[in-house]
Design a protein. Sequence first.
Length: 202
Amino acid sequence: MNTEIEQFTQGVFNMTSRRFGSFAEILVTKIYPSMKLSHSSSYDIEIEDKYFADGKARVECKFARAYELPNQKLKPENVYEQVMRSQTSNYERSIKCPSACVYEGLQIPSIENECKFDCIFEQVKPKDFDYLLFGIFFRDRLVIFLAKNSDIYSIPGYCNKQHRNSVDEGQFHITEKNFHKFWNEFMPQMYTYEQIIKKLQC
C-alpha cells in the first residue's frame, strides 16, 4: 500500500469518535458537492431541493468503522488476559470489506469465511431528516448507503426504541451476517482511500 494512503487510513481508524464524526460529515460534502454542512442541531447536511419545505432536503449522516470483534467475551476468569490483548491499535483491528465478485460492474459482497464485525448506528430520528446517508469505513474502502426517512423502519434489524423513554429514536446494526441485505436493499457506492484523498485535496 502507498505510504500516504496507509498513513491516512490509519488516521481514519485511530482518530477519536467525535473527530471521526466531523471528518465523515466534511468528507460527504467533498464527495457530493451539492451537499452542504448544516447549521441545524437536528441534522448534519442539507441539499437545495425545491420539492422540500424551505427549499432544501435534510440529510443525516451516520458512519462507523469496521473492527474485527474479539473472539472471547469478557468474563471474571479472563478479564486480565483480554485487557492485556487490547493494546492492539484500532487500525490493526480494522477489517477489509467482505469479499466480492464482479457482476455487471458492481461488486457483490459475500459473507462466507468473513471476519466478524458489528457496526452500530445510533440516535436515528426519522422525523428530523429526509434522507439518511450511512456508511462503513473498512480497511480497504468506504461503502455508503442512502435511505429515505420512510424506509428507515424497514431497515434490517431496526429498533425504534434506543432508550427506555426515547420517542422515535432508534438504532440498527450492520454485521457480517446482514451486510449483503443492506447491499441489496439500498444504493451502495464505494470509494477507495486513494479516491477519498483526491476528493479531500480538491
